[in-house]
Design a protein around this ligand. Structure first.
Ligand code: 13P
Ligand code: SF4
Length: 361
């Protein structure tokens, strides 16, 4: 990419993104499954390793992370947990940017992932070279990137944010009179822009999972469940966000199910979150928000194909082989750590986040 030619938002929006089919795993009997879980537990202890899992991964992985002293959390908390843990190996069950963030913050630790091909459409739609050239075109703007980006994109940024901290950080920057170049999620960016009134230049990326939620179908579903509260992750389009009772990160949505008096909830985010919501509020009824497919194709189901690349089987394989170690070039890591640490410091100073949602909390 020549840095002398002007890059337009139309050009950026044309980035091809290859969405893989959902993987299928060989089925295991209950005995095989138990044996595999015990084998993983032993390997975690032997290797002084902890499992750090996102809420969108398979419930079995989330349960295992909790049982073994690891963590199940949103992306902000996953980043923080890795640094606070005394384990020498972090096994990150999630998508690549989560493993990369863990490695950037803990270069001395071994960071493994069940599948290094588990990426994210936001990360894929924001190639580092194109991004750097776009930033060069707007030197007057503070560069704020969502955590769902590569290490090289983070290295070019001033601030990294996750969905649980984007609003206060952007408010803070706007209060200082800064204008912002925001990447890569245009829906989250637009939500932040509307909530803060800040001046954001939006990179036109999107999450292929949340973009499938449809406003019209949600309106119909709400009519069928008038008592239900609507919970929406801000990577969703405006037409869905506008119908929400609560808009927030995965942890904030889980908290809403626990704290709100409603008995029913319509949930517009990846269905993996239902495991934790059921665990935390077993008596509440959870309803999936409608996607374009409404039960038709896998492409339009509300489950991230990259998060689905994590399983008991490849978790065991990676602990056995030591393969799939996350590597970050030192010169990139040294720069990428600064905006991530800036975010973590801001979170600490403003009391944002905290522990991952523990069972029964
Ligand atoms: P959270 O930080 O809210 O967990 O979101 C991560 C993500 O990838 C949502 O799609
Ligand atoms: Fe990326 Fe969307 Fe998957 Fe989250 S759900 S990891 S934003 S593709």
């Amino acid at each position: 990419m020549s840095t002398t030619s002007t890059i337009t938002l139309e050009q950026i929006a044309k980035q091809p993104i290859e969405v893989p089919p959902h993987p299928t795993w060989p089925s295991l009997s209950a005995e095989q499954r138990d044996a595999l879980r015990e084998h993983i537990k032993r390997m975690l202890v032997q290797q002084n390793a902890v499992l750090v899992a996102h809420y969108y991964t398979d419930g079995e992985l989330q349960a295992l992370a909790e049982e073994t002293g690891g963590c199940v959390a949103d992306s902000l908390e996953m980043a923080r947990f890795g640094s606070e843990s005394s384990a020498s190996t972090l096994v990150v069950a999630g998508v690549r940017f989560m493993g990369e963030t863990a490695k950037i913050l803990n270069p001395e630790k071994r960071v493994l992932m069940p599948d290094l091909a588990a990426t994210c459409s936001l990360d894929e739609g924001c190639p580092a070279e194109l991004f750097a050239a776009f930033c060069d075109q707007h030197p007057e703007r503070t560069v704020v990137v969502y955590a769902n980006t590569s290490a090289a994109v983070k290295a070019r940024s001033d601030w990294v944010v996750t969905s649980s901290i984007a609003l206060p950080i952007v408010r803070h920057l706007a209060a200082r009179g800064e204008t912002i170049l925001w990447a890569p999620d245009k829906h989250l960016g637009h939500y932040v822009e509307r909530m803060t009134g800040a001046d954001l230049l939006l990179w036109p990326g999107a999450c292929v999972v949340h973009e499938e939620f449809k406003g019209f179908a949600l309106e119909r579903l709400r009519r069928l469940h008038p008592e239900a509260a609507v919970l929406v992750h801000p990577e969703s389009p405006d037409e869905v966000v506008d119908q929400a009772d609560v808009v927030g990160s995965t942890t904030q949505l889980i908290r809403a199910v626990v704290d709100m008096p409603n008995r029913e909830f319509i949930v517009a985010t990846d269905e993996g979150i239902f495991w934790k919501m059921h665990q935390m509020a077993p008596d509440k009824k959870l309803i999936e928000a409608p996607t374009a497919g409404e039960g038709a194709t896998c492409e339009s189901c509300a489950h991230c194909p990259w998060m689905a690349m994590n399983s008991l089987q490849n978790l065991a394989a990676v602990l056995e082989s030591g393969n799939n170690e996350v590597q970050i070039e030192a010169s990139i890591g040294e720069r990428a750590v600064l905006p991530i640490q800036r975010m973590l410091k801001f979170a600490q100073e403003h009391g944002i986040g905290g522990k991952q949602t523990p069972a029964g909390a």
